[in-house]
Write a protein that binds this ligand. Structure first.
Ligand SMILES: NC(=O)c1ccc[n+]([C@@H]2O[C@H](COP(=O)([O-])OP(=O)(O)OC[C@H]3O[C@@H](n4cnc5c(N)ncnc54)[C@H](O)[C@@H]3O)[C@@H](O)[C@H]2O)c1
Length: 336
């Protein structure tokens, strides 16, 4: 019997990329999504053209729906990727209850559904660097027109204390800790990936989330963007294929990865500031992207760069796609 992967949020950006990978591996791929994110109907239509996908439209805030979905797919159940979430900090500030329900409550529903299934699939949670909050202790300085850490050449490691900032930070952070704890308390083989900025094809970027895709989309549509803050904020960027490689690696090495938390991002070698992206687009398109400037947004870190040495050392994973190649690949996909 073919193994089965369950992917929540499987019509979202990372979800369709992951589903596509496991389809190519010949697995049975079951996807659940409520299609609440704009553009996910296009994503799921594309995915269905790639192979046989078992798609369920349901809302994970409903514990019974989660249980029914997992319970009916117990046979061959090998892997669960929990990617469904409300993903924007801004939206979480406007409506913290809905954010809590979609991120914290829905995640508990997924864990409970898996626990009650009586199976022990390897279960991955897509967490976020936002669990580290503003890291006010960590000194930052402007160097060469971009923010950088004063004393963290390798970036932020998992030893950084968690300090949830923003409702999104709180709801994702709560789920992050529940996933880790289900390993300790119930022996469910879970792993938590604290992801930084992920980018690539099928990203429905907008002003609130997915800035790389958003800036490029606006440029290609002949429109402008608003930059909040000074535009010198820096992120490490990870191309989505590399992230899906990391999912696969963690599953392959599940004996080692279970119960672990890993920071997963492009690392110090793959960083980009907003202004650098504006410059890249201006060069690529031959004209500047019209830009307005706004105040800093809550929870926005001046710099965030993942220290990815832990996952590299333990699982042997490292990113392969550099920023210039990744940007070009995303641009070509958006231009298609
Ligand atoms: N993209 C990034 O840069 C990034 C960075 C850090 C963490 N993450 C995390 O990775 C995961 C995937 O992110 P993404 O970029 O693919 O986002 P996405 O918005 O494209 O995908 C999330 C999907 O979840 C679905 N969803 C939301 N609430 C749901 C619910 N209650 N029930 C069922 N489906 C629901 C949405 O419709 C959407 O398709 C999220 O958990 C996100 O927090 C993403």
């Amino acid at each position: 019997m073919k193994p089965r992967v369950l992917i929540t949020g499987g019509a979202g950006f990372i979800g369709v990329n992951a589903a596509h990978r496991w389809l190519a591996r010949g697995w049975r791929v079951s996807v659940l999504d409520d299609l609440s994110r704009k553009g996910t109907d296009t994503n799921i239509a594309w995915l269905k053209r790639q192979g046989k996908v078992d798609f369920t439209r349901a809302d994970l805030r409903d514990a019974k729906a989660a249980e029914r979905w997992v319970g009916a797919r117990r046979d061959g159940l090998e892997l669960v990727l929990h990617l469904a979430a409300q993903v924007a900090v801004t939206t979480s500030v406007e409506d913290p209850r809905s954010d809590f329900e979609r991120n914290a409550l829905a995640s508990l529903n997924v864990l409970e559904a898996v626990r009650k299934s009586g199976k022990k699939p390897f279960t991955l949670y897509a967490s976020t660097n936002k669990v580290y909050g503003g890291m006010e202790r960590v000194k930052v300085a402007l160097r060469a027109g971009r923010w950088s850490y004063v004393g963290l050449p390798q970036g932020v490691s998992e030893a950084e204390p968690i300090d949830f900032h923003s409702p999104y930070g709180c709801s994702k952070g709560a789920a992050d800790q529940y996933f880790r704890d289900y390993w300790r308390i119930y022996g469910l083989p879970t792993v938590v990936f604290r992801q930084s900025c992920i980018y690539g094809p099928h990203q429905q970027g907008n002003e609130d989330q997915g800035w790389l895709a958003h800036f490029m989309k606006m440029a290609l549509a002949g429109k402008g963007v608003t930059v909040y803050g000074d535009g010198r904020q820096v992120r490490d960027a990870l191309f989505v294929d590399d992230l899906v490689d990391a999912f696969e690696t963690a599953h392959r090495r599940k004996a080692k990865a279970s119960g672990r938390i890993y920071n997963v991002g492009g690392g110090p070698r793959s960083t980009l500031s907003l202004r650098e992206l504006l410059a890249w687009i201006a060069k690529r398109q031959g004209r500047p992207l019209p830009t307005k400037w706004g105040a800093w947004r809550p929870g926005d870190q001046k710099v965030y760069i993942s220290d990815i040495r832990h996952i590299k050392k333990e699982l042997g994973w490292a990113p392969r796609v550099g920023v210039s190649e990744g940007l070009e690949r995303l641009w070509s996909w958006l231009e298609r």
